[in-house]
Design a protein around this ligand. Structure first.
Ligand code: FMN
Length: 207
């Protein structure tokens, strides 16, 4: 049984790293959790019975999130809309010194969920990673050019971790608090979810 599955789509691995961090954080909050790649069949066949809250993450590449993540959210939207849920978007734009880029990163996250019909309780944007050592030459040069334009790190001899894991931990605490009342009610025989997840509730880190 998994109480808070953390689904993710990734291209270079950072969104998986964040998903695994979130899953460990949920476990430390006393909730069973596991990170599941939406590209794998296990993510699509999760036993829904014990699930109390759901998190889905995806990263931005060339101006859009992974199609697999959109398909997953769209296919599961009725289920997701009945539970406390969060979408986290991973990008470099959100870490830009240019406010227009920051707003664009937030808008991408919002558009992603709007297009799927999912209404997550939380929408959060995390800065990702400049994985220069993992890119091929062309991708490395392209990313350095973008980083320079956005005021980011340009030393291509190493990777640059831009994710603030304190913010990731804060999302886990926030979602654990939302999941826990449902756990308590379920233990007492209540099967429904009285929590309203209509609309976008706002928090410090939200879009
Ligand atoms: C080829 C490429 C294109 C990217 N395009 C964008 C982009 O359009 N906007 C953005 O904010 N970040 C962009 N990024 C940055 C990624 O979102 C960032 O590296 C993130 O950590 C990737 O997450 P992942 O490792 O889970 O795929 C791009 C990265 C690469 C390598």
């Amino acid at each position: 049984m998994c109480e808070v599955p953390v689904f993710y789509a990734t291209t270079d691995g950072q969104t998986r790293l964040i998903a695994e961090y979130l899953a460990r954080a949920f476990c430390s909050h006393g909730l069973e959790s596991v990170a599941l790649d939406v590209a794998n069949v296990e993510a699509w066949s999760v036993d829904r019975a014990g699930v109390r809250a759901v998190v889905l993450g995806a990263s931005v590449h060339a101006g859009k999130h992974q199609t697999t993540a959109a398909k997953f959210a769209g296919a599961h939207r009725q289920w997701l809309n009945k539970l406390p849920s969060a979408f986290y978007s991973v990008s470099l734009g959100i870490a830009s010194s240019n406010q227009t880029e920051v707003q664009a990163a937030r808008a991408l996250a919002k558009t992603f969920v709007e297009q799927t019909g999912w209404h997550p309780t939380r929408i959060v944007c995390f800065a990702g990673r400049l994985a220069y050592t993992r890119y091929g030459w062309l991708k490395r040069m392209l990313m350095r050019r973008i980083a320079r334009k956005e005021g980011g790190p340009t030393d291509t001899h190493r990777d640059h971790e831009l994710t603030n894991f304190a913010d990731v931990a804060a999302l886990a605490s926030d979602m654990a608090a939302l999941a826990r009342p449902v756990v308590a009610r379920a233990a007492g025989g209540f099967r429904g979810n009285a929590m309203s997840t209509d609309g976008l509730q706002r928090s410090r880190r939200q879009v």
